[in-house]
Structures are given as structure tokens and as C-alpha cells.
Design a binder for this molecule. Structure first.
Ligand code: NAG
Ligand code: NAG
Ligand code: NAG
Length: 193
């Protein structure tokens, strides 16, 4: 009887001892651990469609995109290869600049094609509208600006768009080839939680 009790106690002791290795706590110096999606507050994955207009103003006294770099020999390429712009472009719900602001496109576009006008787009859509205020979506893509519809990957997001992935389709709504100003319609399809 005493023997059995001793056995039980030593078994419990061993289990407790081992579990401290097998189930790491929050406070120990662990590098990684598995989480369940539920435990982390991730429920059903959602698919959202966002629609807005992007205003790229390079001319006038209040441009929203400025050239920050260019190749030493800018006239060697018809595509201005090497030119790089930093933008903080307003995003509005309608094509008119005076329509409701839903966010801003902040980042870089750069001429990355030697022959045609093809841009490398590296930017964040930073939203300010309603529940999306403060959330962002990150775009990393190729934008052949003279194509009717350009598709760019959404590679991630923050806030409401944590774990986001999807794609954006850009369609030029208006472009002034003299000034370089443009309004681009965006349709964004994104999976998130
Ligand atoms: C490029 O610019 C330089 C200096 O302005 C000029 O000498 C040259 O002819 C230009 N080349 C072309 C292809 O326009
Ligand atoms: C944009 O809206 C303003 C004010 O509502 C209006 O005066 C202007 O004509 C509109 N522009 C276009 C291109 O529709
Ligand atoms: C968005 O959030 C910021 C910071 O919390 C706040 O100052 C701003 O008024 C909000 N904008 C809208 C349109 O709700």
C-alpha cells in the first residue's frame, strides 16, 4: 500500500518535472510556440472588396508625388528607367478629388523597365475610413501604366487587415500626359480575418 502510494507520488513528480520541458510557459525563454487560431482570436477568414480612386499629382504647387531619384543619364531611356518617386496620394471614394477621403497611398514607385513605362510599386494603403481607420494594406507589384488593367499583389496588412493577402486591380480613370497627373481606379480583393 505504502509502496503503491510512493509509486504514484514519484510518477506524478516525474510527470510534473517533464511537463515543465514539454509545455513551455509564457515567462520562460522560449523562441517559438504553436498557437491555435481560436486562442489567438482568429475566427472565419473574410473576403473583402475595396473600391477607391487614387490621385497622383506631380504638377503644380502641391504635388502628392515627387521625384526623389533618377538615373545619371535620364535621356538614355524612353521609359525614364531609374526614376523614383515618393508618393502620399489621397484615396477617395469617387473619382472627384473633393469626394470622401478613405485613405492615402504612401510609398515609392520607380521606373523598373528599360523599354516600356513599367513601375515597381512599393506602398501602403493607409485607410482612415470608419472601422478601417488606422489599418493598412501593403502592395508590392509591377504596374505597366499603359495597360488597361494592372494587377498587383497585396502582400500583407495591419490592424483589421492582419494576415491579409490578395490583389489590387488598377485602371486609369484620367491621365494628363502633359502634366503627368493621373486618377486611377482601384479594385482591391483581400482575404483577412
Ligand atoms: C542626352 O543629353 C545629352 C546632354 O544634354 C545630349 O548631349 C545627348 O544628345 C542626349 N541624348 C539623347 C539620346 O537624346
Ligand atoms: C468635383 O466636385 C466639385 C465640387 O463638388 C465640382 O465643382 C467639380 O465640377 C467636380 N469635378 C468633376 C471633374 O466632376
Ligand atoms: C482616425 O483615427 C485617428 C487616430 O485615432 C483619429 O484622430 C481620426 O479622427 C480618425 N479619423 C476618422 C475619419 O475617423
Amino acid at each position: 500500500m505504502a509502496n503503491a502510494a510512493l509509486k504514484l507520488i514519484s510518477t506524478i513528480f516525474i510527470l510534473v518535472f517533464l511537463s515543465s520541458f514539454i509545455i513551455p510557459g509564457h515567462d520562460c525563454q522560449e523562441f517559438s510556440r504553436k498557437l491555435s487560431k481560436k486562442e489567438f482570436g482568429l475566427k472565419k477568414q473574410k473576403l473583402s472588396h475595396l473600391h477607391f480612386y487614387f490621385h497622383d499629382i506631380v504638377s503644380g504647387r502641391n504635388p502628392t508625388a515627387v521625384r526623389v531619384a533618377s538615373a545619371a543619364m535620364t535621356n538614355t531611356s524612353s521609359s525614364s528607367f531609374g526614376a523614383m518617386f515618393m508618393m502620399d496620394d489621397p484615396l477617395t471614394v469617387g473619382p472627384n478629388m473633393t469626394s470622401k477621403l478613405v485613405g492615402r497611398a504612401q510609398g515609392i514607385y520607380a521606373s523598373a523597365d528599360l523599354d516600356e513605362l513599367g513601375l515597381l510599386m512599393v506602398l501602403n494603403f493607409a485607410f482612415v475610413e470608419g472601422k478601417y481607420n488606422g489599418s493598412t494594406l501593403s502592395v508590392l507589384g509591377r504596374n505597366m501604366v499603359f495597360s488597361a488593367v494592372r494587377e498587383m499583389p497585396i502582400v500583407g496588412g495591419s490592424g483589421l487587415f492582419r494576415f491579409a493577402r490578395g490583389y489590387a486591380q488598377a485602371k486609369t480613370h484620367y491621365a494628363n500626359l502633359q502634366t503627368g497627373d493621373a486618377i486611377v481606379e482601384y479594385n482591391v480583393y483581400v482575404f483577412h480575418y
